[in-house]
Design a protein around this ligand. Sequence first.
Ligand code: TRP
Length: 379
Amino acid sequence: MEPSKAERESFEVTPWEVRGRVDYRKLAETFGVKLLSESELKVIERHAGELHYLLRRGFFYAHRGLETILSCIEQKTRWALYTGRGPSADLHLGHIVPWMFAKWLCDKFGVELFFEMTDDEKFLIRDISLEDANRYAYDNALTLIALGFKPSQLHLIVDTEDIGYLYRIALRVAKCLTLSTVKHTFGFTDSMNVGAVFFPTLQISVAFLPTELYREKTPVLIPAGIDQDPYFRLARDLAEKLGYPKPSTIYCKFIPALTGEEKMSASRPETAIYVLDDETTVRRKIMNALTGGQPTRELQRRLGGNPENCVVYRYFLAYVDDDSLVCKIYRDCRQGSILCGECKQILFEHIVKLLRVLRENREKAKDRVWEYRLSTKFK
Ligand code: TRP
């Protein structure tokens, strides 16, 4: 049976699940976050000298309290970046999008990134041992470092090992959070384990950590997938009561699965390109991707394709900085002068180039993770 209109239009986004076709405007409205405005983008552009392509192309599209960070930028006062990862699996290309953006912000604005690996979270909510989650934290950190961060730019926190930096903040946060607020915010039921119920305090704490470490009120900007918003809505509610600046957030859209679903999923390998996939696998996955092309070569030549509805084109937008190439792909597709196979081949070459750099840099990072650890730099 065909889905009804209401079913087609319904979607749900939580930190654990994305279901249905997401209407990002509506989602921003439901969550109560603001859309990035032209004038906000202008401020970033003026001070950075350019706009990152993820901003230009609307991948990062919504925020809470970005004004605070923009005024730090204008007044040249200190701010910091914070993001994180729940390490429970190998990384795919979707995971690294906010990190690429964070790297750009570090470079353009001379700020430092605090990065939380929540191995505790994954142990508590997934079927994974503490040892394995911790191993993934270190493995995932290699790819993060491989994006080119210098040790002075990136401070890595591994929850199970660096809890001493967070625990005092987490306790203060915990004391302000009632069980009913946490249940309500995250949709927890009574069958949830108590560790999972406590965990949000730790994700919130890192937003306040820079203020403790720098010993001065430090506004924080959190680039994240919009599904992480519930944590930071709580963080903003509590901040002032605890004497910290309200953290600001900037949210990006999901990178679609190769098969057309809304979000790449680490649990369904064929839908995502992994950082460690070999080139044969990457080629196969791209060649099998859902496109906006016509069913036959003749129709494609005559009618042209539909880049708006094409995963391959979305990947060009998400991973290829070169505007003139991306525009050409769009035009050629519309006019029917490029076939899907050729277009996929061009994407494949770009993705493989990106993956090669990441893999080489991962090797170089293997003995150097300690240089990036928060505990190496802050005592
Ligand atoms: N909970 C996130 C996840 O499961 C990990 C995380 C921790 C995070 N701190 C963050 C994500 C800050 C974005 C921003 O992946």
